[in-house]
Design a protein around this ligand. Structure first.
Ligand code: ISE
Length: 340
């Protein structure tokens, strides 16, 4: 280990999410330090390394992973770069926290699953951070407790104020609704069997080529129906809400955060403007849980299987979006390494 008692982490990718994780590990997480940062953009990675101090900058993930200072890897590069980084980490048997998506499609996710199985033990935790959000955690515990009876419906809303210029219509599914795919599987402990995408007339504020909002419907193998409103250019802020409708009651999360102010004849609160703010606590808890588990020598949280299942549902979702049809999800049999 690089320093006694601390995990030397290489953060691969220093864009918005990667830079936020560098800050987090440097300022918030205990038991870890940023040992290396990696980005194809040499100027950017040097600047990020300087902001931390005592950490090395690389443009090649393999070179960073070869460093004796590096004990574990946090992958936050764009999705298409994940497979190569994961395979390199497996080659060195390094623990990885991999931002979603595990990989951009089911075939590459399957290759990662196969490589991890060849190692014979889990090495990856996938960054589905909602599982670490305190509110979603309470909903999960309530449903698991069974007091509300069996879940029948799940209504989800996923709204972003705006999207970056490189955003595409498929990213509504692959980049945004992928969270509801994992959330559904985790909350209900069921697999998603089909996806249908319905469209209202598009908002005039959506960029050309993006039909926004959309209504995405999942069916599960337990007979639950899940509807997801994805509205990525809503303009007013970042909102993620979920309501479970069960046999004996309903439970809803994501409505209000923080302070409510009464002033001048009005009441109200603030809406976070993006996910790094709304889910800050979830990200902090996710990274801390990964570091703690790694220092204990275990791998916990969302697995490569969860990443693969979400990729398979994404694939069906993108096809449903393009065809307007109800598309079945195809999953391989769950390998023994990933069975509960
Ligand atoms: C982004 O990549 C995320 O992961 C956010 O959680 C999600 O809300 C957003 O729509 C995505 O673009």
């Amino acid at each position: 280990m690089a320093q006694q008692g601390t995990l030397g982490v290489a953060v691969v990718g220093t864009g918005r999410m990667g830079a936020d994780h560098v800050r987090r590990i440097h300022e918030v997480t205990s038991g870890a330090r940023v040992a290396a940062v990696v980005d194809v953009d040499a100027e950017r990675v040097e600047a990020v390394a300087r902001s931390v101090g005592g950490c090395a900058a690389y443009t090649d993930p393999a070179a960073a992973m070869a460093s004796a200072e590096v004990d574990a890897v946090l992958v936050a590069s764009p999705g298409p770069a994940h497979e190569a980084a994961l395979l390199e980490a497996f080659r060195r048997d390094l623990p990885v926290l991999c931002e979603k998506p595990l990989t951009p499609d089911a075939a590459s996710a399957l290759r990662v699953l196969e490589a991890e199985q060849r190692l014979g033990h889990r090495r990856v935790q996938v960054g589905f951070m909602r599982r670490y959000d305190p509110e979603f955690g309470r909903l999960k515990a309530l449903l698991a407790g069974g007091g509300l009876g069996r879940p029948l419906l799940l209504h989800c809303r996923h709204r972003n104020a705006s999207v970056p210029s490189f955003f595409t219509e498929q990213m509504l599914i692959n980049d945004s609704v992928v969270h509801e795919m994992d959330q559904t599987r985790w909350l209900l402990e069921q697999e998603i069997t089909s996806v249908t995408v319905l469209r209202p007339r598009p908002s005039g504020h959506a960029p050309a080529g993006i039909g926004d909002p959309q209504l995405v419907v999942f069916e599960t193998d337990g007979g639950v129906l899940v509807d997801v409103e994805i509205f990525a250019t809503c303009g007013f802020g970042y909102q993620v809400q979920a309501e479970a409708v069960c046999e004996r009651g309903t439970a809803r999360v994501g409505d209000a955060h923080g302070m409510l102010v009464n002033q001048a004849g009005r009441w109200g609160g603030e809406i976070a403007q993006d996910f790094t703010v709304r889910f800050r606590e979830a990200y902090d808890r996710q990274v801390q849980a990964w570091v703690d588990a790694t220092l204990r020598g275990t791998v916990e949280g969302p697995s490569a299987w969860d990443g693969y299942a979400a990729a398979a549902v994404c694939e069906a979702g993108v096809r449903a979006q393009a065809t307007g049809e109800r598309v079945a999800v195809e999953l391989v049999e769950r390998p023994a390494l990933y069975r509960p």
